[in-house]
Every structure is written in structure tokens, then in C-alpha cells.
Design a protein around this ligand. Structure first.
Ligand code: DAH
Length: 347
């Protein structure tokens, strides 16, 4: 049992000195493992004379209990210091300033787009969307621009070096007017066979493209097309609807609206719509915001409808123009420069 005393002392020292979990488990194996030193003594118990066996057994068990207790204590210490080391390594400096999440804002032109939609929806207009890469047929031919007619060159066009599935020339739409034809033809198709086709009443806001660039023109810009076709929609309805629209859009009744005779191949008669504010910085100037007119009989025919029965108006207004007038912006290029000092004013 001299042996035992020495083994226990060495074991306690080894366990206490183990620098990490692996070393600790190795030390445990050396004393308490299957071929550990203490285990060897326990195995030898049976070989002792019966008179010594009891005292030896008690001493061995007490030694084993001390080692196990020392082992558990060292395990806990190592686990604690490992956690402390990890906490120290992963420490956060809570005094650092945050990275911050900057808030996005709605672009002023898109604000206008949303306002226009809300106003027209409130008087029963549907809102439609269509392709920006358009066929020559929808963009020009269906809108009564005859092939090779000089009216086509009123709009300098971006042609696309591809044809559609039917071999038709493709281009970036120069206006939202092709949506008149797309929407009306779908509408006619959908109500084919009905006793009475419901009126066509739609706006189509979206991006349009022209080879044009200066303070009031951008190669990409936005328009909103309007179309109302029924059996008895007149030019007077156009005046009422549009005048009501601008008063709601600019939130004032102090606006005069003027319909100035003009020419578009897809309307007859045609007009430019001008506004004049009775107050504010733009007071007293006539400002053009839209083309409009009574839809040409040939275009009504291209809708798939009989122009003797169906009649109505269309308009196409510039969303940048409406936005510039609403906020008093004098250079259209500001919308597309991406300068946050400008854009934040509307966010
Ligand atoms: N599409 C024409 C343009 O971009 C604007 C226009 C004029 C649209 C008369 C219309 C209309 O619907 O009736 O210049």
C-alpha cells in the first residue's frame, strides 16, 4: 500500500497539471483506464490474503474516489477556461458605431406613375402593362402610320437587330400608344360572342424610347397612355376626364386646361393639351403635357371593332413632364443622374 500512496499523489499532480482536455483524458487513462496503474492494483485485490483484502479494498476505493473527484474538478476548470478564451476571442466592441442601413426612396417619376394610377383607377380605369420591345406593326402600322409615311420619322427610333417570330421588325417602343391596340384587341377577343362588349377603359403607363437627348428629352422616358372606347364617348368626355385628372394630380382647381389643335395619325381630331397655373412660379405660362384626340376610325378598325359603332378618345402624357411641373424641376436629366442629393428630396 506504499505503492498506492505514491500512485495517488502522482495521479493528483498529473490531473491537476493537465493543460487541456486531451491531456486530462490521457492522464485519466494512465491511472483509471483499463490498464491504468490504479486499475492494476484493484485487479490484484483478489490475490491478497483474505485478512488484508478488506482494508486494501477500502483504501483502493477511497483512492479511486479521490482521483475521480480530481478528474471532474479539472474537467470543469478546463471547460470554464476554454469558454473564457472563446468569449475573449469573440468579443464585440459594443462602442463601435453601427454600419447603418440607409433607407431607399421612391423615384419622383415613379411617384407620379403611382399617383396617375391611383387617380385613374378611382374612376374605373384598368391599368395595363406591355412590352418595351415592340413590333413595328403595333408601334406604327396599327396606329395608322402608313409604311414609308414621313410621320414615322417624327419619332427617331431605336431599331432592334432582330425580327419577331413572324418576321416583323422589332424596335424599342417610341410611345405607349401601341398599348391601345394590344389592350383593345385582347378585350375584343375576350368578349367575343358577348351580348354587349363592356367599354374599353384603360391606362398603360411605362417606359418609352427615342433617339433624343437634351435638357427636356431623354432617350428613355415614361408615358402614360389612356384609352376610353364605348358607343358614345366624345371629345367632351376627354376634356372632362383630363381636366379632372390634372386638378387631382396637381391638387388644385386653379389650373386652366387648353386643347390646342394638332396632328397625330391615330387620332382625328387631334389635340395637344396645355396647362396654365393660376398661381405659383409657373403662373401665366401655357405648358404642354399631353397629346390626345378622338381615336381614328382606322385605328378602331385595327382594334377589331366597327368604327360606325365604337368611338372614344385616347391620350398620351409624359410622366417626366408631369413630375417636373409638380415639383418645379427644370432639367429632366436630373431624374436619371442618380444624384442622391436630388433624389432624397422626394424620398
Ligand atoms: N403617342 C403620342 C406621342 O408619343 C402621344 C399621343 C397623342 C398619344 C395623341 C395619344 C393620342 O393617345 O391620342 O407623341
Amino acid at each position: 500500500m506504499q505503492d498506492l500512496q505514491a500512485i495517488v499523489e502522482r495521479a493528483l499532480a498529473d490531473l491537476a497539471a493537465a493543460p487541456d482536455a486531451a491531456a486530462l483524458e490521457n492522464a485519466k487513462a494512465r491511472y483509471l483506464g483499463r490498464s491504468g496503474e490504479l486499475t492494476a492494483l484493484l485487479k490484484r485485490l483478489g490475490t491478497l490474503p483474505a485478512a488484508e483484502r478488506r482494508a486494501a479494498g477500502e483504501a483502493l476505493n477511497a483512492a479511486k474516489a479521490r482521483l475521480e473527484e480530481a478528474l471532474a474538478r479539472r474537467r470543469a476548470e478546463l471547460a470554464e477556461s476554454k469558454m473564457q478564451a472563446q468569449l475573449a476571442a469573440e468579443a464585440l466592441d459594443v462602442t463601435l458605431p453601427g454600419r447603418g442601413a440607409s433607407r431607399g426612396g421612391i423615384h419622383p417619376v415613379i411617384r407620379t406613375w403611382q399617383r396617375v394610377e391611383a387617380i385613374f383607377r378611382s374612376i374605373g380605369f384598368d391599368v395595363a402593362d406591355g412590352p418595351e420591345v415592340e413590333t413595328d406593326w403595333y408601334n406604327f402600322t396599327a396606329l395608322n402610320n402608313p409604311e414609308n409615311h414621313p410621320a414615322r420619322s417624327m419619332q427617331d427610333t431605336f431599331y432592334v437587330d432582330l425580327k419577331d417570330a413572324q418576321g416583323l421588325a422589332l424596335l424599342l417602343r417610341t410611345h405607349t400608344s401601341p398599348m391601345q391596340v394590344r389592350y383593345a384587341r385582347l378585350w375584343v377577343e375576350r368578349h367575343r360572342g358577348a351580348k354587349r362588349m363592356p367599354p374599353i377603359k384603360v391606362i398603360a403607363p411605362g417606359r418609352t424610347y427615342r433617339v433624343d437627348s437634351d435638357a427636356t428629352h431623354s432617350p428613355m422616358f415614361h408615358q402614360v397612355e389612356g384609352l376610353w372606347i364605348d358607343e358614345d364617348v366624345s371629345f367632351a368626355d376627354l376634356k372632362a376626364v383630363y381636366t379632372d385628372f390634372v386638378r387631382r394630380f396637381f391638387e388644385t382647381d386653379a389650373i386652366e386646361v387648353r386643347f390646342r389643335p394638332s396632328y397625330f395619325p391615330f387620332t382625328e381630331p387631334s389635340a395637344e393639351i396645355d396647362l396654365q397655373f393660376a398661381a405659383g412660379p409657373l403662373k401665366g405660362r401655357w405648358l404642354e403635357v399631353s397629346g390626345a384626340g378622338q381615336v381614328h376610325p382606322q385605328v378602331v378598325r385595327n382594334f377589331g371593332l366597327d368604327p360606325e359603332r365604337w368611338i372614344g378618345f385616347a391620350f398620351g402624357s409624359g410622366l417626366e413632364r408631369l413630375t417636373m411641373l409638380r415639383y418645379g424641376i427644370d432639367d429632366l436629366r436630373l431624374f436619371f443622374d442618380g444624384d442622391l442629393r436630388f433624389l432624397r428630396q422626394f424620398a
